[in-house]
Design a protein around this ligand. Structure first.
Ligand SMILES: *Cc1c(COP(=O)(O)O)cnc(C)c1O
Length: 385
């Protein structure tokens, strides 16, 4: 075992079951470990490095900003923060943005907005946030409460009250809609196994929310920023969310969360209602401006194409039972355990992820076709072996 792995095991809290691999550098969709072994990166740091590792355009945006000003408190204006909020609103039709540093924090903000909005509109006993079974919304005590997977809750009680999770088709049958502040969904459950919501169910939830003045929060932490072949995954559905949270791929590898507020709720947060020391950091925002400005129509088209190539290749592979997902967010149900496929792929030079019982692929949005073909060939061999 190399020294760094020992040091890490000794001093870093044991929350991650790391593979015995230390990555030292990379370029685009290829990374190298300490032995110089080459891997194709089909996970992008869980959908974070949107344009790959050390992408030169992204790198220039970051280094230009870092050499001007790396941080100011939110007591002052900085251009990247304002311009990024403008771009996010222009491209989604949303009205205002709150910046934070992670997906969990973006969801925390969404929940605070929903609670305050409904306390003022439907009354102080309207605070319940309904989420879906098998969802994932983060690791803080409140976003854990929102996460509809009981095994994450054990041993961390009591969690923040006021949450309940149900199956997607049961949302419209809930009693006491007057006490429901918001319904929070992932259009494609990521950690839950790359499971897209059914358009009919989404339409029913939307109609139910509208009928009872319930806010609709869409968690786009994993699905956002081009991942599914649209700028945001809700754009694949006929959906007008009140609040959208995003993070992961937004800044291409720097920490940044964003909570997008529609006109209906954008006046809810006033001075002092919420805040973040690092939120809207100019370097993260400059990075995100660079990333978002490259997620244009041709790029989204090619994300859809690359996704179709992966799906077509895998559907015909022995040992594949089902392929789910949209764009470059793909889940593969194999006859073999997903963990075995991931392990074998790593030996053969491909890094991929799991999500529940599926192998999960979240490659860079611009993974070159020849690199993608190489990765697909290796994956097919691992799955059918
Ligand atoms: C990863 C994820 C989160 C949590 O994001 P962090 O940045 O780890 O806090 C929340 N929601 C979804 C859908 C995610 O995939």
């Amino acid at each position: 075992m190399s020294n760094i792995q020992t040091v890490d095991k000794t001093y870093v809290a044991g929350t991650y079951n790391r593979f015995p691999v230390e990555i030292v550098k990379g370029s685009g969709s290829v990374v190298y470990d300490t032995d110089g072994k080459r891997y194709i990166d089909m996970g992008s740091g869980i959908g974070v490095t949107s344009f790959g590792i050390a992408d030169p355009i992204w790198q220039k945006a970051v280094t230009d900003q870092i050499s001007k000003v790396q941080h100011m408190s939110n007591l002052y204006y900085t251009e990247p923060c304002a311009r990024l909020a403008e771009m996010l609103c222009t491209r989604t039709g949303m009205d205002k943005v709150f910046f934070s540093n992670s997906g969990a924090e973006a969801n925390e903000c969404a929940i605070k907005v929903a609670r305050k909005y409904q306390a003022e509109h439907k009354g102080s006993d309207c605070f319940t946030i309904v989420t879906l079974n098998n969802s994932f919304h983060g690791r803080t005590l409140t976003t854990l409460a929102a996460t509809g997977q009981a095994h994450y809750h054990e041993l961390f009680q009591p969690l923040t009250p006021g949450f309940m999770s149900v199956d997607p088709d049961q949302v419209v049958n809930l009693p006491n809609p007057g006490q429901i502040a918001a319904i929070m969904i992932e259009c494609i459950q990521g950690e839950g196994g790359v499971i897209p919501l059914d358009q009919n169910v989404v339409s029913q939830i939307t109609a139910y929310a509208k009928q009872h003045d319930i806010l609709l929060i869409v968690d786009e932490v994993q699905t956002g920023n081009g991942r599914t072949g649209k700028l945001y995954a809700y754009m694949n559905y006929n959906l007008a969310p009140d609040i959208v949270s995003t993070a992961k791929g937004l800044a291409g590898g720097l920490p940044l969360g964003a909570t997008l507020l529609s006109e209906r709720v954008s006046g809810t947060l006033g001075f002092g209602d919420h805040g973040s020391t690092f939120g809207g950091n100019p370097v993260s925002c400059a990075a995100a401006l660079s990333i978002l400005s490259r997620i244009d129509a041709p790029l989204l088209e090619s994300v859809q194409q690359k996704g179709s190539i992966i799906k077509a290749a895998l559907c015909q592979t022995d040992g594949v039972e089902d392929v789910s997902g949209m764009g470059l967010m793909i889940g593969i149900k194999c006859k073999k355990p997903a963990a075995d496929v991931v392990k074998m792929a790593m030996q053969k030079g491909v890094l991929c992820l799991t999500a529940k019982d599926r192998v999960r692929l979240l490659p860079a949005l611009n993974i070159p076709d020849d690199v993608l073909d190489e990765a697909i060939a290796i994956l097919k061999a691992c799955i059918s072996a």
